[in-house]
Design a protein around this ligand. Sequence first.
Ligand code: HEM
Length: 544
Amino acid sequence: MDSVSHSLLNTSSTAYLMVSCCLLTLLMLLHELKQKVIASSDVYQALRELAASALALFIRNDTEVASAEVAPASNAEQDSLLQRAPGPRNYPIIGALKELNGYEVPYQAFSEFGKRYGPVTALRLGSVNAVVVNGIETIKEVLINRVQHFDSRPNFRRYQLLFSGNKENSLAFCDWSELQKARRDMLVPHTFPRNFSGRFHELNDIVVDEIGQIMGGVGREATVAIKPLVLGICANVFAQYFGSYRFEAQDPRFQQLLGNFDQIFWEVNQGYAADFLPFLLPLHRQNLKRMDRLAEEIRHVILETIIGDRYERWTEGSEPRDYVDSLIDHVKSKCGPALEWETALFALEDIIGGHSAVGNFLVKAFGYIVQHPEVQQRIQAEADGVLERHGKQMIELHDRTEMPYTEAVIMEALRLIASPIVPHVANQDSHIGGYAVEKDTLIFLNNYDLSMSPELWDAPERFTPERFLQGGRLVKPDHFIPFGAGRRSCMGYRMTQLLSFSILANLLRSYTIGPVEGQDYRVPVGSLAMPEQSYTFTVMPRSC
Ligand code: HEM
């Protein structure tokens, strides 16, 4: 490094330290002030904005003063296998956070790192050491080949607070353990029902019946808000399938369940600077308290409805008929790793909450479909063909094999949305792609690039379901992993595929959806969650 940049770095380091100390003090004072002295929300808001501007200024100054980056490791250094991976420059306090600025989705910055530094990029985000992994081979190294080193999850304070102070209560954010293995094993017969098994037929009957009931409520041409419609279907399918309980649509507890789950789903899908800059957490305290309250209300409704007196009534040795039975049986029989009833209830809540993932995904899928009337017509033609051939009224789950185009639409929507893989964490010192990775390093696996790279897909920005079809058969390229892979892979991907298929096929075989004039149907990418107020469509019964 030359002397000019050296002195720039020294000057800027001092400036950073000063600004960050002021900022830190201001932020800490802010919370105290809010709690104790200032009753007026206007004053609090003004101070908050001041702190935000200070942070923005701080970051902007950063960019201007110190634009030099650490060059990728030299050839000599690269010779040593356990070298730290190359990466962007880390600044005091914020680390390399500013590198994520200016992208629609932070994962686009990760793709840029891939081009600059190769498959493994090391960086610090605030106070957290991280690596970004690009390319399917290196991603498989983390998810499959050496997963036993990388099967933990981030220890963000936010995750702890979201799960009653203990992230180990959560199926998706806990670290790996014998208990997590047992929880996953217990789920398999329910979330991965084998074709034509008893559970598969039960799921089919539940979903077909639920869609039938909803369709009864939509008569002639109407304008329909799609989100409450699909969330309602998905939630009742999940409640019946996993807990043998059906809610009446008008039951206020059902409405509360839907709303609360959806708000929490939105929250866990957000990335916050506070995850990496814990001193910002006080700014989120109110919101986190609200989330805690929403989760508490969900637990209360589930206990009052789905659970009822099932725990007390359970007789040992009975055959579990649903997921609730499996959980109760595990807790009471005490076989396998100890599972407290409290923890089991969190697992149930997580799985029932899976309906939000499917519902939000479907809202986005319908968003693509309404922009492509030719896609809608092809789904309808495929569905009509099946119904005619088999002389029936509703599409069933086993019809998937005869409707590859509809399946391809689901794959294409999953690809374009490019929901990120939940970050993993190294549970020991290890290595990725020949670079050293320290214990507790956060690992971002860039599946955005696997879904969107022009090197892997023709015209990746375009919605083209045909790319998943070859000779009329569905094909999935190896590098397409929207549900992750390996021991921490998604536990709900088969449910997502089955439910999405049934809901898309049955709704579109009965109705044609169209845009409402003036509405923006662009689909936000990089996360599954949609805002509470999402698309409305015109809905026209097809027999009209
Ligand atoms: C469009 C819908 C969905 C997408 C795109 C999706 C995607 C993902 C991804 C990428 C992961 C992380 C995988 C990894 O770390 O390697 C994950 C984990 C998980 N998903 Fe999903 N998911 C969806 C729906 C669901 C549903 C419906 C459920 C529940 C029925 C579910 C339950 C889970 C669980 C429990 C985990 C954590 C597994 C673990 O950490 O051991 N997901 N999902």
